[in-house]
Design a protein around this ligand. Sequence first.
Ligand code: MG
Length: 450
Amino acid sequence: MSKLMVSVSGVRGVIGETLTPSVIIRYISAFAQLINGKKIVIGSDSRVSREIVKMLASSTLMNYGYTVIDLGIVPTPTVQFLTEQLEADAGLVITASHNPLEWNGLKFIDSNGLFLSPKKCEQLFKLADTGQFNYKGWDQIGKLETYSEAATDHINAILKLSLVDKKLIRSKEFKVVLDTVNGAGGRIMNQLLTELGCTIIHINAEETGMFAHTPEPIPENLKDLAERVKNEAADFGIAVDPDVDRCVFINEHGQAIGEEYTLAMAVKLVLSKKLGHVVKNMSSSRAIDDIAKYYNCLAYETAVGEINVANKMIEINAVIGGEGNGGVMLPEIHIGRDAPVAAALALQFMAEMNKPLSEIKADLPHYEICKLKAPIDTVDPDKVIDYFKTQYQKEKLNDTDGLKISTQDWWVHLRKSNTEPIIRVIAEAENMEIAEKIARQFMDEIKSLS
Ligand code: MG
């Protein structure tokens, strides 16, 4: 049986197994109590179970006196953006991001539109565990409202960005194959690309939650999209995950350019107009550091998790940030991973570069990342990490989140999983052969310890 996953990214579980009505009510009650507000914005991705979770969550929130503003099926970044725009005390997204369709979950948003801080998450989880809830009486209950303009508001804000030259992008008349995996990106991505003058061949466009393929937007799940880009002789392909915070590109030959390059294109575009600090998580490509260095700017690294990147971006007033998994965070609109923003910036970049995506990628710093999972069974993952810390003490180490060992030619990031008895081994080098060799070498070493 699956486990309920509880982390800074929220709560995720399998409907009817680990994410049951009582679990949902418990976490929502804790959230309502922790925020102690009056107004909350709520949205969901397209999962079949969305209404169950939404009704449970909404009625619980109303029992705490909240006015619940339902945005309908919308991307996670749209809920974040609207939480700020509508001046709500909090936001809630009902989504399990890229997990398969039997999953659902809760992403908790603070009044500033950012995910709850790790500290507040801890308080929330503790409160959920103790179950000391103080519901309001009949005369203090809240109400339910709907707001149907959320996606339009979000798109309008993107089209107004100083970096996005609508006229230039439209003049390119891009032909795009779009795969929204029957998730929450169907309407918003189509509408955005239409506004940007694209001819769209839209596959898996229905927001039914019946995901047409494994929803994580990684190359092995995007074969139909890649094929279609080639067959249609399109300029490129775009894929997003079900809650539309990750965005990846396929080049004109039907090859995935790698999820790391969504952020790389955005960073290059932003820094070419405005110099400033860049933030990424520890598992993101060195290509970002190289681009920042080229512009004499600094790139900072944080622990994995959107909120960690977001907090650092605010602290140092970064001009751009994100995660290498296709998550771009642009403070000019809102600090949160946003696939529609990522798509708009990439289209702007391609329009300015005025050459095929394969050539644009070839001009960016080139690295390959290999991601493996090392089973650790009964061994304490912290001891494994400590072992490598001693073993590689002469190299550049970063132990903010697991351990990252960096050398001139490669880096490896070892990170324990919160949900499985494994250590994630992520290695990057100038080509896949070396990256894989390094990752395997660490896998073998971890194996020898158990
Ligand atoms: Mg997601």
